[in-house]
Design a protein around this ligand. Structure first.
Ligand code: FES
Ligand SMILES: [Fe+2]
Length: 378
């Protein structure tokens, strides 16, 4: 492809052409980003909904929310209503939250505890294992097999703090999906931190812009995040790509440039871990935050930040909030630039960009995995 700027014609390119305009075989030194059209085209968003969010393992809850028999959460994933529940036997189960009678949502609260799920419409009830328990006034209905009318199951599994579901019934296991990540993360001891607080942000950019920004190997840190940069040894920043994850890491340095950041971000190393397609974990000593990026139309996304600390006692609450404030400042800087990028992606002046070999290997991995899933969908 000679020119990477948009052709500017009024004719809409076919989806095939748009997908074909990215070459996922290029080595990093020759690679381009995925084209701008992938960030603004509704048809790409629809393909992603089905084959990325509807076909990969997605974080939907924390294991702490589903520990006791009867505890449940409801979520929407790739446009599908889902309920995840801890059964009477302690096992996790997930179902489409769609009544088998006339399709109403059976569970209406976002989380809670129940011994049975009763549909608010005509009172059909389901056990925590999804089986149909009661269908009022249904005597005399021919060829109606209760055993065939339970809630439709969804694959579910847990790893570390997180409960994942996968809408593709043929998908391989969560363990296979995570691959070597499981072993790689073990020494980081994620289990030592405990959930403290959740904050949700809405951004005016495509979800991939946020992920790209995360995966640029620290490239933007000295320019955009002066405070954070003061505690990282930028020159020693490393990026490691494996399977479906990218692990970025940087040694920490002590600095008196930014007192709030130095107090909140401690330890020998910072770890920034991304798992395809939309989940990140950021670790410092005694601290973790996770970011779950969810599309909200083609030009918007929602990012759910969960903050974890080693000490979540009342005595530590103020210190933890100060640490969150440091994170929020960094996030504000990222939000501004991500929204600027989204506006630029709409410009006729931009088609696709090149990647820094030193810094942007993570983005390259993301774009190749994404292209693979979308092309498989076609
Ligand atoms: S839709 Fe659920 S009972 Fe009728
Ligand atoms: Fe950033």
């Amino acid at each position: 492809m000679a020119s990477r700027a948009k052709s500017g014609g009024l004719m809409q390119s076919s989806l095939q052409d748009i997908l074909g305009s990215y070459n996922d075989q290029s080595p990093l030194c020759e690679a381009y980003t995925v084209p701008a059209s992938w960030y603004v085209d509704e048809r790409i968003a629809e393909l992603e909904r089905r084959y990325v969010f509807g076909g990969t393992w997605q974080v939907v809850a924390g294991v702490d929310q589903l520990r006791q028999p009867g505890q449940f959460v409801t979520r929407e994933l790739a446009g599908e209503p889902i309920v995840v529940v801890c059964g009477n036997d302690g096992a996790l189960r997930a179902f489409y939250n769609v009544c088998r009678h006339h399709a109403a949502a059976v569970v209406t609260e976002s989380e809670g505890s129940a011994s049975i799920f009763r549909c608010p419409y005509h009172g059909w009830s389901y056990g925590l294992d999804g089986s149909l328990k009661g269908a009022p006034e249904f005597d005399g209905v021919c060829s109606f097999d209760r055993a065939q009318n339970g809630l439709v199951p969804v694959q579910v599994a847990a790893w570390e703090h997180f409960v994942f579901v996968n809408l593709d019934p043929k998908a391989s296991s969560l363990e296979t999906f995570l691959g070597r990540l499981v072993q790689r993360v073990e020494p980081l001891m994620l289990s030592q931190v405990k959930f403290f607080e959740r904050r949700t942000y809405s951004l005016n950019c495509n979800w991939k812009v946020f992920v790209d920004n995360y995966l640029d190997g620290g490239y933007h840190v000295p320019h955009l995040h002066k405070g954070l940069n003061s505690v990282l040894d930028y020159r020693q920043y490393t990026t490691e790509n494996q399977d479906r994850y990218c692990l970025q890491s940087s040694p920490m340095v002590s600095s008196d440039e930014d007192a709030a950041t130095s107090a909140a971000r401690q330890g020998d190393r910072a770890w920034y871990l991304w798992q395809y397609p939309n989940f990140m974990m950021n670790l410092y000593k005694g601290y973790m935050d996770t970011n779950l990026v969810l599309p909200d139309g083609v030009d918007r996304c929602k990012v759910i930040f969960d903050f974890y600390f080693d000490d979540v006692s009342t005595a530590a609450a103020e210190k933890n909030r100060q640490s969150i404030a440091v994170g929020e400042r960094v996030n504000d800087e990222d939000v501004g630039i991500c929204e600027s990028v989204q506006r630029g992606l709409h410009s006729r002046a931009y088609g696709a960009g090149r990647l820094s070999v030193r810094r942007e290997a993570g983005e390259h991995l993301f774009h190749r995995l994404l292209a693979n899933d979308l092309k498989r969908g076609m």
